[in-house]
Design a protein around this ligand. Structure first.
Ligand SMILES: [Zn+2]
Length: 446
């Protein structure tokens, strides 16, 4: 085993030196990710400008690194302590380089992006944020681990890299910041139209990929017409891992200029298992696409109904306006949201849903709230304005990029929708309701 590992280790160390050589003037800490020839492993090497006693990961959703990642040398260990994952020398000594061996397998992470989304043809989407670390001093604290991080990725010659809308051979360098980015490693050629660049897994069944390729450009065009344009063409990734052995499902999200969906489990190959899912996927895509077009306007954590609820409402309005799903589907979504929102409000104020660990209330109640907002704006403006006009005004006025609190947001909305509605919405957010059904029925009738 050692004989297999050594030549590769020497290689990664060389690569690291090259990277630091390039950036020697800045003396920045560097991370190098190297994809193995079989595409199933990333060799990750860290190098620090100053020796450290430990390095701590920036994102710590669970302990799966210490369970599944390995150190290249037995002199190091990955441990979970104080709710964070750390790498340190077993003897407690200082170090300025560390190498880790990371299996490139899909593993859902609680409230974080999956590190790897494999494609059925061997391609791979990776999340850079999973590899962000900070060196810490002798007094281990690991607080405020913020970038930017100098990162480099290297791939075998039969694989190319898609990063920030550009294509690279062999290697690519970037400065990783905040939540990181998704990077595609594989041999697929992206398809592009005027509004986005996409890599859709060729192994996805037609029942899923067909409606996607037909409808996604229409959804993007809808938002382009309704809301201020995006600065860069976004990337869309739809990956499919039929070999995933621990169940099935799909998961996705957005990062700046990126939308991604990952399907896992062999069940997606069976036609009847995908029945009814095409609409859900279009809804999901419309929701995520609207996040891009929200241009960063959002609510604080307890006011997540602002960005999640509006994304739900934008999805509803886009699919309705484009006629991409049956009306019965939209009615059913709305009916389910009324039910779920009533249940969420029955447990306490919406503002406290995040603390209760019931985030879905922001989506369900938020959909109803923003549909009422849309309705009010259209009625008051004689159909000349709608939710997107209101949101465009928010974008224009959101120079500070501060997340909105519920009271501030609703007071901003008052001239658009009237005091009655904003009062109702504020009550819905801040109060405990013994009979939320009545409140919601009032909202629906607007
Ligand atoms: Zn969302």
């Amino acid at each position: 085993m050692l004989s297999n590992t050594l030549p590769r280790l020497l290689m990664t160390v060389l690569v690291t030196l090259q990277l630091v050589g390039c950036a020697s003037t800045a003396q920045r800490d560097g991370v190098v990710l190297e994809l193995s020839a079989d595409g199933r492993r990333l060799d990750v090497s860290y190098r620090f400008a100053r020796a450290t006693t430990a390095m701590v990961f920036a994102r710590n959703p669970d302990d799966s690194r210490s369970a599944h990642w390995r150190t290249a040398s037995a002199d190091f260990e990955i441990v979970r302590e104080d709710g964070k994952e750390w790498v340190r020398r077993v003897d407690g000594g200082r170090f300025s380089t560390a190498e880790l061996i990371v299996p490139a397998a899909y593993r859902p992470l609680p409230k974080d992006y999956a590190a790897f989304s494999p494609f059925s043809d061997g391609g791979l989407l990776i999340h850079s944020g999973r590899f962000q670390v900070c060196p810490v001093g002798a007094r281990k604290d690991g607080e405020d681990c913020e970038g930017p991080w100098s990162m480099r990725i290297r791939v075998p010659t039969d694989v190319h890299i898609l990063l920030s809308g550009n294509r690279y051979e062999r290697s690519a360098d970037w400065l990783d910041t905040s939540d990181g980015t998704k990077i595609y490693l594989g041999s697929a050629q992206p398809a592009a139209d005027s509004s986005f660049i996409q890599v859709v897994d060729p192994g996805l069944p037609l029942e899923i990929s067909g409606p996607m390729s037909e409808s996604l450009p229409k959804i993007m065009a809808y938002f382009e017409q309704k809301l201020p344009p995006l600065v860069r063409r976004p990337m869309l990734y739809a990956s499919y891992d039929p070999d995933y052995a621990h169940g099935y499902g799909h998961q996705g999200g957005t990062l700046p200029d990126q939308i991604f969906m990952h399907f896992y489990g062999s069940v997606w190959r069976e036609t009847d298992a995908t029945g009814g899912t095409a609409e859900d996927i279009l809804w999901f895509f419309a929701h995520e696409a609207s996040h891009l077009f929200q241009h960063g306007v959002s609510g604080t954590r307890d006011a997540s109904w602002i960005h999640e609820g509006s994304a739900e409402a934008f999805a509803y309005l886009a699919l309705e306006s484009l006629g991409l799903v049956p009306t019965a589907y939209l009615d059913e979504r709305r009916r389910r949201s009324v039910e779920a929102c009533r249940e969420a409000l029955g447990k306490g104020p919406l503002a406290e849903a995040a603390d209760r660990g019931e985030f879905s209330g922001y989506y369900d109640c938020g959909l109803l709230m923003f549909l009422a907002v849309d309705n009010a704006i259209r009625t008051r403006s004689g159909e000349r304005q709608d939710l997107s006009s209101f949101w465009s005004a928010l974008i224009a006025g959101n120079a500070s990029d501060e997340p909105w609190t519920s009271p501030k947001f609703l007071s901003y909305a008052t001239p658009w929708v009237g005091k009655d509605l904003t009062q109702t919405l504020l009550t819905l957010v801040t109060d405990k309701h013994d009979d939320p059904g009545e409140l919601l029925a009032g909202l629906e009738s607007r």
